[in-house]
Design a protein around this ligand. Structure first.
Ligand code: NDP
Length: 239
């Protein structure tokens, strides 16, 4: 039992995590929202590293689609050792200008995604009596960030959900932790203002690999007694 599902691994932090974990010998389950064939070049790159890799595509905000796809996959291939809940979106706007759709799509993807992905997986994980769940929150969920009332709410909600679940499953030797990245260089942050980078004490953005290395540690046996935590990867940034 060595398979790790990484939601949203077509790009950015999820992609970097898939490559990092494959280098460390884990079997990888790649995932994107749609058009599964987009994952093929990454799948082939990972395959060359000598680990098993397969691909899933479903919208994490669609409960039925997520459940059907995940149950089908674990029926064929067995339950995952680790789940990295990484898929997420922003739809920023100052609160007075925020549209209903900005609020709804961010909450449905980022927060409902936790429920939609983990609900079908949790009983099979509990039956294995070991496992790791890693949730990609954000510094915006810890501190709030202007223009991101929706996103901050979703990412703070994930912290509460992860802490509660960690208590429920601790006796089954499943750990549940959040990572709270600061500014990481990906598609999500390509429009970021240069002033934002100046506010980072380390004066640079982080890389996907710098987040991936923490995922790798949290998956390891060394991290077996760490649960219910929120760990920042943020170059010293505190919003
Ligand atoms: P990217 O925008 O680069 O990638 C997002 C990933 O999520 C893609 O693989 C995308 O798949 C997937 N995704 C988005 N919506 C859905 C959906 N509805 N269903 C399924 N998959 C979906 O983001 P990052 O790599 O920057 O961010 C990854 C995570 O880290 C997110 O949760 C983000 O909130 C968090 N984070 C990022 C920070 C940063 O500075 N970059 C800072 C703090 C937190 P597809 O290619 O199919 O669209």
């Amino acid at each position: 039992m060595n398979d790790i599902l990484i939601t949203g691994s077509s790009r950015g932090i999820g992609r970097a995590t898939a490559l990092y974990l494959a280098n460390n010998g884990y079997n990888i389950v790649l995932h994107c929202s749609k058009n599964i064939e987009r994952l093929e070049p990454l799948r082939d790159e990972i395959k060359k590293k000598g680990v098993n890799v397969r691909c899933l595509a479903f919208d994490v905000s669609d409960r039925t689609e997520a459940q059907t796809c995940l149950l089908n996959d674990i029926e064929k291939n067995g339950i995952y050792y680790g789940v990295v809940l990484n898929a997420g979106i922003t739809s920023d706007n100052p609160f007075p200008a925020m549209e209903d759709s900005d609020w709804d799509k961010v909450i449905k993807t980022n927060l409902d995604g936790f429920y939609n992905v983990l609900k079908p997986l949790i009983m099979p994980m509990i039956q294995e009596k070991c496992g790791r769940i890693i949730v990609m929150s954000s510094i915006s969920g810890q501190c709030g960030n202007r223009g991101q009332v929706n996103y901050s709410a979703s990412k703070a909600g994930l912290i509460g959900a992860a802490k509660a679940l960690s208590q429920e499953v601790a006796k089954r030797k499943i750990t549940v932790n959040c990572i709270a990245p600061g500014l990481i260089e990906t598609d999500m942050t390509k429009e970021i203002a240069p002033e934002a980078i100046k506010s980072v004490p380390m004066k640079r953005m982080g890389s996907g690999e710098e987040v991936a290395s923490l995922v790798n540690y949290l998956l390891s046996k060394d991290a077996a007694y760490i649960t219910g935590q929120v760990i920042g990867v943020n170059g010293g940034l505190y919003l």
